[in-house]
Design a protein around this ligand. Sequence first.
Ligand code: ADP
Length: 317
Amino acid sequence: MIELKNVTKKYGNFLAVDDISFNIEEGEIVGLLGPNGAGKSTTMNMITGFIEPTNGEIIIGGYDVLKNPIKAKKQIGYMPEGVPLYNDLTVKEFVRYMADLKMVSKQEKKQRIKEVLEKTNLTEVQNKLIKNLSRGYKQRVSLAGALVSNPKILILDEPTVGLDPKQITEIRELIKSLGKEHTVILSSHILSEVSQICKKVIIINKGKIVAIDTPQNLENKTNKGSIIKLIIEDETNQIEKIAKTITGIKQINFIKDNEDGTKEYTIITEEKTDIRKELFAKCAKEQMTIFELKKSEATLEDAFMKLIGNQEEEVDN
Ligand code: ADP
């Protein structure tokens, strides 16, 4: 559905996007994840045809964005970062204006506007001026504008920036439901957002792709050696002695003394070994009470920091 081949964008001498290639299949919800300045907006603007790549090829639904811009762009609904600028229009006027820009046919227009206002939960405020709406509503107006031509592809640039937690939840749910009918590509610098909404993540840093995978696989890849958190009554410091008798423990680190007299440790074990049962039994035998014993999994955040960290090392070397 979306195909980028060796795409590069230079602003003057500055390389904002550096030779990136990826494919997005029909019906996928894909997250473009990266820190600020990574090149996410530039990439999205090239896909939507707003800016031209310096090099490379972008194919949207079989059409080259540069050679066949009208056919390529027709398939895309774009929600830019920020909110609609047409503050003096009502919600409905704005959506109608977007329908005209996208050349939605006269016969279809009325029905499409009605549908899209319903889908984005805006029917009740359709006659209000955009300037009088809250940030969350404005974001939905922008989304309605992107949806009105019923595009196959939806491109959403930082869809939750500036929203409060309730609005964030609402817009995420809305995006997830839109994923049933559209191919969605959204950018975000928020990891949890991408892992909650997207099936596939493209991590980009300093204009380069550092990983393309499912959120789950990215988490698993960094989960080298399991980490166990242990809170225990251990007045006589026996835990290190016990740890030595258990195969699979690589390291035990004392973290802190808690106010209730317990001690907190992290235990690093070999990959795929679960030492919890043995540890529990041995501590019980010594009459040491365990208050907490749990695996802490590597998170997408760990994966992200690791991938980006690796790239920094490569650059430094
Ligand atoms: P992101 O969306 O990931 O925050 P951008 O694509 O906006 O990143 O920007 C990538 C890099 O390109 C940044 O370093 C930014 O300063 C630079 N950049 C973006 N637009 C321009 C421009 N029009 N002229 C010069 N540099 C730009």
